[in-house]
Each structure stands twice: as C-alpha cells, then as structure tokens.
Write a protein that binds this ligand. Structure first.
Ligand code: 6PG
Length: 246
C-alpha cells in the first residue's frame, strides 16, 4: 500500500476557481478577526497573473477594508498604467471594486529611479509596520507567487539583487527580459507572521514538488528559502500545481 504523506500547510483545491475562493475565505476570516480586535492587517500582495481570480473573489467579500493596508511583494519598474504593472492588475481586479482608503494603498512607484524607490519603499515599510522579535518589520500576511524557475516575488535564481539600505527591499533584473523590478528580500519575507504561496497550473507542479520534497538542488530555487522565522508557511495549490505531491 503506497504511504501517502500529507505536507503540513499544503492545501490542494480542485481547480483555480476553488483555489481563489479558498484563499479569499481565509482572507475574509483573518480580516474579520482583525476588525473585531480593532487592529490593522498589513498585507503584501503577489504579482503576475495567478492572483487575478483571488483578487476578484476577494472584491465580492464583506470586509472592513479600512483595517487592511496593502503593499506589494514586488513590482515591475514601469508606470502604474503600464500593462505590466502589478498595481494595475490589483487595481482592476480588487482595489477599484472596494471601498479602501487611499492611504491604505502603499504602491511601489515603478516609474521612479529603481534604487531610490527601493530605499523609499523600505523606509515606508519600516515607518508603518511593527517589528518582530528579530527587529524586522512584520507583515501580518505576505502572499507569494512562484515562477517555473523557482523564483518568488522578484528574487530569481542566482539571487542577483541590489539591496537597499537595511536589505528589506532590493532591485532585481528579470533574467530573460532584463526588466528591472523592486522586490522584498528574503529577510523581510521571512519576518512575516504568515506567508502563503498561491500557485496554479500543471506547469508549476515540478517546481512545487521539488521544493516541498526537498529534492536534490532544491535550494537553488529562491522560493525554497522562504521559511518564516516566527510565522507560518502555507501552500495554496490547485490540482495541477499539486499534482506531483501526494
Ligand atoms: C511578478 C511576480 C512573480 C509571479 C510569478 C508567477 O511580478 O511576476 O510577483 O513572482 O508571482 O512569476 O507569475 P504567474 O502568476 O503569472 O505565473
């Protein structure tokens, strides 16, 4: 009888729609706990295309958005109206559909000089977030995507980053296009109270499996270095992305 080993913190949903709803359910529960406690929830959103369904599902939920502050785990160095902008996609699918105060939206200014913006964004995070016991600004929740090369946020294999002062944010170049991006660094990601990978599609299953099973060479993948010091790590997968693990 083959022994099926469940991975802690891994949830596999039937399809990408169910995946989006499951994460939106979690978000809605977390937001209501925060509102009841009279607190603020500092969230960092992922970029790319995967989160679009999640954002759209979230926009339909009953949430007190005044208690939620939105940041981005990474952003392309393009203006906010550029089709490549992670902020533009989040605006279309979520922010323009909800009543969230302007001051709760902490956009990375992709149109600015990358190194200066990395410094500015890191400072904005330091000024607004509480520190964890390691002295790192602690996001309540960081949602991350995963590339088929094992990158997450804009930390690509080879880890070639130009860190800003204090190494909370950095400038990275996309390995194929050379496009510059502002990204959270691993110390900032690993300082969060909760980190969730949101991954969809059969094309991601090999990398997901390699990281979760700690296959040979898995540490070459930046996503494998996401390991919150004090927080929890979760994987929200659809059946395609989770097809390689039992
Ligand atoms: C970005 C991301 C990046 C993304 C992965 C997955 O700015 O592109 O933050 O890390 O999450 O590349 O992208 P897809 O969701 O498009 O597959």
């Amino acid at each position: 009888m083959k022994k099926y080993i469940r991975f802690p913190g891994v949830r596999i949903m039937n399809d990408k729609e169910a995946l989006a709803e499951a994460l939106a359910d979690e978000f809605e529960s977390a937001a209501s706990r925060v509102a009841e406690a009279g607190r603020t929830m500092f969230v960092a959103l992922s970029g790319g295309s995967t989160p679009a369904l999640f954002f759209r599902s979230l926009a339909a939920r009953t949430i007190n958005w005044e208690t939620i502050h939105f940041y981005w785990g990474d952003e392309r160095c393009v203006p906010p109206e550029n089709v490549e902008s992670n902020f533009l996609m989040a605006s279309r699918e979520l922010l323009n559909r909800i009543r969230v105060p302007e001051e709760n939206i902490h956009r990375v200014r992709g149109e600015m000089d990358p190194d200066q913006e990395a410094e500015r964004y890191a400072l904005e995070i330091v000024r607004n977030l509480p520190l964890n016991s390691f002295g790192i600004p602690a996001f309540d929740w960081i949602i991350l995507g995963l590339g088929t090369d094992g990158h997450t946020a804009s930390i690509f294999p080879g880890f070639r980053l130009r860190p800003a002062q204090g190494s909370l944010c950095a400038v990275a170049g996309h390995p194929e296009t050379g496009q510059e991006r502002i990204t959270f660094t691993l110390p900032l990601i690993n300082g969060a109270r909760r980190v969730s990978f949101l991954v969809s599609g059969e094309n991601k299953s090999e990398i997901v499996t390699s990281i979760l099973q700690k296959s040979e060479g898995f540490l070459e993948y930046p996503a494998a270095h996401v390991s919150p010091q004090e927080g929890i790590l979760e994987w929200f997968l659809d059946r395609g992305a989770g097809s390689g693990i039992s």
